[in-house]
Design a protein around this ligand. Sequence first.
Ligand SMILES: Nc1ncnc2c1ncn2[C@@H]1O[C@H](COP(=O)(O)OP(=O)(O)OP(=O)(O)O)[C@@H](O)[C@H]1O
Ligand SMILES: [Mg+2]
Length: 214
Amino acid sequence: MPCVRQLLTEGLRFTAPVTFLVGENGSGKSTLVEALAEGFGLDSWGGSHDWRYATQRGKSALGERIRFDAAPRGRRMLGNRAARKGFFLRAETALDALDREGFAPDQVSHGEGFLAAFRGKFLQPGLYVMDEPEAALSFSSCLELLGHIDQLVKKGGQIVCATHSPLLTALPGADIIEIGPHGMRRVAWKELAVVDHWRRYLADPQTYLRHILA
Ligand SMILES: Nc1ncnc2c1ncn2[C@@H]1O[C@H](COP(=O)(O)OP(=O)(O)OP(=O)(O)O)[C@@H](O)[C@H]1O
Ligand SMILES: [Mg+2]
């Protein structure tokens, strides 16, 4: 994949506390966020720093090759497992991971479990990696998530989030990296294809639907 090749040859510089990875299905977002989480020592199946490799799942080939050139606080976390803080919300296994951490018992809905995890886990500075958190969340819950992200940033946290959400990516000050056949490039929110599509769709759904519906 072009984004993986670029990561291996050029690396990726995180210049803001929050970075969103945006791109079409299959562009490589999950591959990148899983490798970052693994490289940092988070369970690749999802979960928090307390759950390293609880699943006995080995690192991926890409995860093995990730090296962080971190700021001083991050370096301390990389060198000392006990100091390491963070959370990986992996799209495919989020419910499983949240259940294991006590956030998704039978009594709460999918989205409520996610919100409980954000409220209960987004507390300490560390690396927080998320893969399409919006999949489970309503509009207002997505806004709540942005509030939790903002609080985490103010405490010194770093967030990397794969997403298709025009709502989440609008967070002021966040970096947006678009992933595609070109590899990875930084783009402004207004230049995102997904933002343009949503704007046009909401203004007039027919402009899209007439191409799809017989
Ligand atoms: N274990 C694997 N072995 C080989 N190819 C894989 C593997 N996992 C994913 N791929 C391929 O890598 C590509 C990128 O997958 P990835 O899951 O990273 O995409 P994505 O950007 O997260 O997509 P989506 O938006 O659908 O979640 C896909 O074409 C997929 O088929
Ligand atoms: Mg994905």
